[in-house]
Write a protein that binds this ligand. Structure first.
Ligand code: ZN
Length: 436
């Protein structure tokens, strides 16, 4: 697409979105007045059009950040009463003769800003803007069926000889724990933690591993990369790849979520426990960026469970994951990794000594939470957007899980000194999804 074509596409979208904000309408007017025709050769106007759009998009990003209290540290001067304190972002001055590189750098930045704007729009169900996201926001339930749906044929309560299965994937592709049967229907826990019923589902029985793609839904995107990649989506893609890898090795596995919907940690943990899984692996990508270095900064959080056996199991699971994943990631060339000084297998504790992270503290199942790398780091975010990363990371994860389940092999990675951390409590907003 030509630069002017891109501009023509972006500006009306941008300005329709701005209907909610007088501040941004004013930016649109200033960007539109700077628009000039470009006819092959690069002129000062070609630069000006782009720099005005970049400044306008930056302003809208900052308005979103201030309106929704997201990534406020990225707003120069911070926010006042829901708007950027410093007002509009101003286009940079440009002197000299524009080169193709000057244009390319700007077009790349415009694309990154667009991706991030769309990620913010889909994050907040900000109705006036959601409709202008090209292709719309992801549908609540993943368009591809979960790999674990292939395990068994659809069952109805009337088909059962004995007890109902401990879990189901519903016909719309949602993972649920089953509490029982009532009036010919399965009684299930919804992803938001309510009780509901369904007529049928794909039974989850004899599941050895539960994967947990961290975050999900409109209210919990997790980290967002400089390339607009949302942790919510990356975690789901990687989880699906691990599920496929495990199923190709004959290891039955299920996922706490199978699409773009949210679910509180308590429901996810209870799902793994209800299934009687032997291992729960929660999949995340880290932020904010720490020191840049030569080695992957993978972190694996493990449990301080009350029983010695569970504590040892979690540490072994976490150690094997850390070993396999860092070895696999280290095979990628030319990555500026981010790494904290104490990266490794870790316990992260509240000041009262309990595990700080709910996904570690809550499950009775042996659990490890993996932060594969730093999505906030530009170099890693570009890697995480590739199919090659998904394939390699999924294989490494499945290797560790297979060794954990099928051998007694100890891990060579030992648990570091605990960190003490008191995480902010996330609001527990949750949109119910259709179960069938
Ligand atoms: Zn996360």
């Amino acid at each position: 697409m030509t630069a002017s074509g891109r501009f023509a596409r972006v500006l009306p979208q941008f300005c329709r979105a701005a209907a909610a904000s007088l501040l941004v309408l004013a930016v649109c007017a200033s960007a539109a007045s700077a628009h000039n025709s470009s006819n092959g050769g690069f002129t000062i106007e070609d630069i000006a059009v782009r720099d005005n759009l970049i400044a306008a998009q930056e302003t809208l990003l900052n308005v979103y950040r201030c309106q929704f209290g997201l990534d406020i540290e990225a707003v120069p001067g911070g926010c006042t009463a829901g708007y950027p304190t410093l007002g509009f972002s101003q286009p940079a001055e440009f002197y000299g003769i524009p080169t193709p590189e000057d244009i390319a750098v700007r077009d790349q930045l415009i694309a990154v800003q667009e991706a991030l704007l769309n990620t913010y729009r889909c994050r907040f169900d900000f109705e006036i803007d959601t409709q202008i996201t090209p292709g719309g926001c992801p549908s609540p339930v993943h368009s591809e069926p979960s790999p674990s749906m292939a395990l068994n044929a659809l069952v109805r309560p009337g088909d059962l000889e004995g007890d109902p299965p401990p879990g189901l994937i519903t016909q719309s592709g949602v993972s649920v724990a089953v509490a029982g049967v009532n009036e010919g229907r399965f009684v299930v826990t919804t992803p938001c933690g309510s009780i509901s019923t369904v007529s049928a589902g794909f039974p989850l029985q004899g599941v050895r591993v539960v994967l947990d793609p961290g975050h999900g839904g409109s209210y919990d995107v997790g980290a967002v990369g400089p390339n607009g990649l949302a942790e919510r989506d990356l975690n789901l893609t990687l989880s699906y790849a691990v599920l496929s890898e495990l199923s190709s090795r004959g290891i039955s596995a299920a996922s706490t979520r199978n699409g773009h919907y949210g679910s509180p940690l308590s429901v996810r943990a209870a799902f793994a426990d209800a299934l009687g899984a032997e291992a729960l692996v929660s999949i995340h990508h880290n932020a904010p960026t720490s020191t840049i270095g030569a080695q992957p900064g993978t972190e694996v959080f493990v449990q301080s469970s009350s029983t010695q056996q569970a504590r040892a199991d979690s540490a072994r699971l976490g150690g094997l994951l850390q070993e396999e994943i860092t070895a696999a990631l280290a095979g990628f060339d030319n990555i500026s990794w981010s790494r904290a000084h104490d990266a490794g297998v870790l316990r992260v504790l509240l000041p009262d000594g309990r595990d700080a992270y709910g996904m570690i503290r809550r499950p009775a199942t042996a659990t490890a939470l993996v932060e594969y790398g730093y999505l906030s780091n530009r170099s890693e975010a570009a890697l995480f957007a590739t199919d090659e990363y998904i394939r390699i990371a999924a294989k490494a994860t499945a290797n560790a899980i297979e060794v954990y389940l099928n051998t007694d092999r100890a891990s060579t990675e030992t648990v570091q000194r605990p960190r003490v951390f008191d995480p902010a409590r996330a609001p527990t907003r949750c949109n119910e999804v259709e179960l069938e």
